[in-house]
Design a protein around this ligand. Structure first.
Ligand SMILES: Nc1ncnc2c1ncn2[C@@H]1O[C@H](COP(=O)(O)OP(=O)(O)OP(=O)(O)O)[C@@H](O)[C@H]1O
Ligand SMILES: [Mg+2]
Length: 388
């Protein structure tokens, strides 16, 4: 495993038995130009596997279109996307530029709305497109446009929730593979590998932590899945690989300048676990449960440093130098409320000089919330929904 050169977390794919198998199947079927469809629960790496495959193709011979279907996608959207990547080759044949193949990746295949007649319109069009290798021009003339050199692949979750049953006649055109949730050894391997390759850049003292930290978080994850299942009033208690990945994304923000010793790093680990798992919980009882379990795990596995790691408050951010231009902004332990407050007060003062006066009182909860939000929105593809 080698980390992607641009360091983008979203592009990391650690080869495991499952991903090697599904990539091989995908490649083999694409080589003989047969459509492939991956089906599996959320977080089974369908999207990453296909994107990695497509991203690795030689752009001289392949052109790609990726579409994320949603309930609002219309057949016209599909047609426009295909047409914008194809050009006229002869009088009535169309295709990607000569010598290239067009590979269409459709994610969330079964999301489109089912209309009054029981049809999912974009999928009905897709069926024509694959079966008859072409489309009708939707202009005045309604000519048949024959299309050449096209490949299709797709991914979807099993029907249920917002996902619909798909016309079996369309599915029959695809080679369908079920993608399983990775076994716990694979999970361990994925995350240990990601962390190890990052920790090799830090001190030796920290480098050994990859394995125990990964085992600990998997225990925590299993505990949370078992004790806090989604219920009607807590329907958002859905924890999957994405959340584990987010914890690691946070761990990968550490730098050698700010993290020198074991306790510092384990403390970061505790912060990331709290941010990802604990912040989503909606009542004090659940929060206490998770907080206590994390502290217990730390005490059990890292007893020598437990006191330093379990100390509250726990605030991590990269805004200590927010007001000092030209200084590096590195993710670090911000110690206590006082040191955070000073920074926010400076920022507010500056803001008030430029814009309409805003009168904020930075009480402790406010400081914690600001730190959390800031942590999320500075990440790539970071997004948050605040509920209260
Ligand atoms: N082998 C792996 N190596 C690295 N990361 C992985 C691996 N398998 C899964 N992940 C992580 O799991 C997360 C979910 O993967 P992905 O988005 O591909 O799921 P999906 O199957 O497309 O789910 P959905 O049905 O919700 O779209 C990603 O954040 C990805 O980083
Ligand atoms: Mg996906």
């Amino acid at each position: 495993f080698v980390a992607p050169p641009d360091g983008k977390f979203a592009k990391i794919l650690v080869p495991t038995v499952d991903t090697v198998r599904s990539s091989w199947l995908l490649r083999t079927f694409m080589e003989v130009e047969r459509p492939v469809l991956f089906v599996g629960d959320s977080g089974t790496a369908k999207t990453v596997t296909i994107q990695t495959y497509i991203g690795g193709l030689n752009p001289e011979f392949f052109q790609q279109v990726t579409m994320n279907f949603s309930s609002r996608t219309s057949s016209m959207d599909l047609q426009r996307n295909i047409e914008s990547s194809t050009e006229k080759r002869t009088k009535d044949t169309y295709g990607p530029p000569m010598g290239k193949k067009l590979i269409t990746f459709i994610d969330d295949f079964n999301m489109p709305r089912v209309d009054t007649y029981g049809t999912q319109q974009p999928l009905a069009l897709l069926k024509t497109f694959i079966e008859r290798k072409g489309l009708y021009d939707r202009g005045k003339e309604l000519n048949w446009k024959k299309m050449l050199d096209l490949l299709q692949c797709g991914a979807m979750g099993p029907p249920g929730g917002a996902r619909n049953n798909v016309d079996p006649r369309l599915i029959s055109l695809f080679n369908m593979f079920e993608i399983q949730f990775p076994a716990s050894e694979s999970l361990e391997m994925i995350y240990e590998t990601i962390l190890k390759s990052h920790l090799s850049k830090l001190n030796e003292e920290i480098a050994g932590a990859a394995a125990p930290l990964t085992q600990t978080i998997l225990q925590l994850y299993a505990f949370i899945c078992e004790r806090l299942p989604p219920t009607p009033s807590r329907f958002h208690y859905i924890f999957n690989l994405r959340d584990l990945s987010r914890v690691y994304e946070g761990l990968l923000l550490s730098t050698i300048d700010k993290f020198q010793s074991g306790p510092e790093f384990v403390r970061l680990w505790r912060n990331e676990c709290l941010r990802i798992f604990h912040d989503r919980l909606i009542c004090e009882e659940d929060k206490v449960l998770v907080r206590k379990h994390i502290s217990d795990l730390v005490t059990e596995k890292f007893s020598a440093m437990a006191d330093a790691v379990n100390q509250d408050p726990i605030l991590f951010g990269d805004y200590r130098n927010a007001m000092k231009e030209g200084e590096a902004q590195l993710y670090e332990d911000l110690a206590d409320y006082d040191s955070v407050k000073v920074v926010f007060e400076e920022v507010l003062e500056e803001y008030n000089m430029k814009k309409k006066n805003m009168n904020l009182v930075f009480f402790e909860d406010a400081l914690e919330h600001l730190t959390r939000i800031h942590r999320i929105i500075r990440l790539d593809q970071g997004n948050a929904l605040l509920v209260g």
